[in-house]
Design a protein around this ligand. Structure first.
Ligand code: NAD
Ligand code: DAU
Length: 333
């Protein structure tokens, strides 16, 4: 089996590569990644030690390169995206380009080269904020931010390739992931690393926005299940069992370090901040999947990883990151 994985140098993509190399030792993996600020070269260096791994530096917006690179692979898994909601509010264009046009380029290349499965990695944010109940795969799509709208567009284009060209497209929509190697711009790693540094934790608005958290390893096992047992043309939600308001997660992080609540700082709310996400994952559970880590176990693993890998995140929070943000977004979100 030969798998072409875009965005495999980022957070979920790199955890997925690690998972597949461990679970399926005969599979050959190629990561195709532009290596934006969200990626990490050290991760790729580590993977290169495995003979079943190869790497191509490339941009999914470069259609000619994508067409050449995809040839000969059985499966394509598309993680590559601009992923941070706050950045999509500061500078939406990169999201529209990468998440929509980039996905289109990959679909076209996959269609031409006869790929046997195309897995589009999507998000629960396509359903928008849900006041009550849980989102199911058949629910109306109601994205809020330029990020979630771009992901919704990509989902619809991917499905059109299944309906029109019979490209075997599968879509997964997962809830908020947390775990090793997530960029410290995101809530949980930002709050863990700020606590370690003794810095304030900027909580948006009243802190009562609810997210449905899943440990990244459980998302990876869900993706593996969908790739092996999912039906082309279908969408699968991958949600964790925990729904928590941000303030509770923040306090849990502070408690883990015996740090004082005064580090919490209420800041201006995100524009059009979705109040709650919640996923119904019963469709995927029928294929035999279930999450193995509850929130407390996942948090313990995550905190340990950030505490033991300070060099990894200190570099990302450092000057190169700040320069990149200034150039591309005018400011650091
Ligand atoms: P990330 O930001 O950590 O990583 C994104 C990766 O994509 C990086 O390695 C980056 O270099 C690469 N990339 C960006 N633009 C590219 C381009 N033009 N060409 C090639 N590579 C490019 O993202 P993540 O959090 O790991 O998310 C991965 C996927 O999962 C995304 O599609 C995201 O929408 C989706 N998702 C994420 C979450 C979450 O909680 N993190 C939840 C649901 C869905
Ligand atoms: O739900 C899946 C989505 O989860 C993915 O599709 C996105 O790629 C991923 O970035 C994530 O989006 P969120 O906006 O939910 O995640 P973020 O980590 O940015 O924020 C989580 C919550 O914490 C949200 O309610 C905003 C809040 N927050 C975030 C930051 C960065 C704060 O209160 N303070 C912060 O500094």
């Amino acid at each position: 089996m030969k798998i072409f994985i875009t965005g495999g140098a980022g957070f979920i993509g790199s955890n997925f590569v690690e998972y597949i190399l461990g679970m399926h030792p005969s599979y050959k993996i190629t990561v195709f990644d532009k290596m934006t600020y969200a990626s990490n070269p050290d991760t790729i260096r580590e993977f290169r030690k495995n003979k079943n791994f190869s790497f191509i530096k490339g941009d999914i917006l470069d259609a000619a390169h994508v067409n050449r690179a995809v040839k000969g692979y059985d499966w394509v898994v598309n993680f590559a995206a601009e992923t941070h909601v706050d950045r999509s509010i500061l500078g939406p264009e990169a999201f529209i380009e990468t998440n929509i046009k980039g996905t289109f380029n990959l679909l076209e290349a996959s269609r031409k080269s006869g790929v046997k499965k195309f897995l589009q990695i999507s998000t629960d944010e396509v359903y928008g904020s849900v006041a009550k109940g849980k989102s199911r795969e058949t629910d109306t799509l109601d994205p809020t931010s330029p990020y979630s709208a771009s992901k919704t567009s990509a989902d619809l284009i991917a499905l059109s390739y299944f309906k029109t060209f019979s490209l075997p497209v599968l879509i997964t929509r997962s809830s908020n992931n947390f775990g090793p190697r997530q960029h410290p711009e995101k809530f949980i790693p930002l709050f863990i690393t700020n606590t370690i540094e003794g810095k304030q934790l900027p909580i948006y608005g009243d802190g009562k926005n609810v997210r449905n958290w899943i440990y990244v390893g459980d998302n990876c096992s869900g993706l593996d299940t969908v790739l092996h047992k999912g039906i082309p043309g279908e969408i699968y939600n991958i949600g964790g069992d925990t729904e928590e308001p941000n303030i509770k997660v923040a306090k849990c992080i502070l408690e883990s370090f015996c740090a004082p609540d005064r580090l919490l700082k209420r800041v201006k709310d995100r524009l059009a901040h979705d109040r709650r996400y919640a996923l119904d994952s019963s469709k995927l559970k029928k294929l035999g999947w279930k999450p193995e880590n509850n929130f407390e176990q996942g948090m313990a693993l995550t905190i340990k990883w950030y505490a033991n890998n300070t060099n990894w995140w200190l570099e990302l929070k450092g000057s190169a990151f700040k320069k990149y943000c200034k150039k591309n977004y005018g400011a650091r979100p």
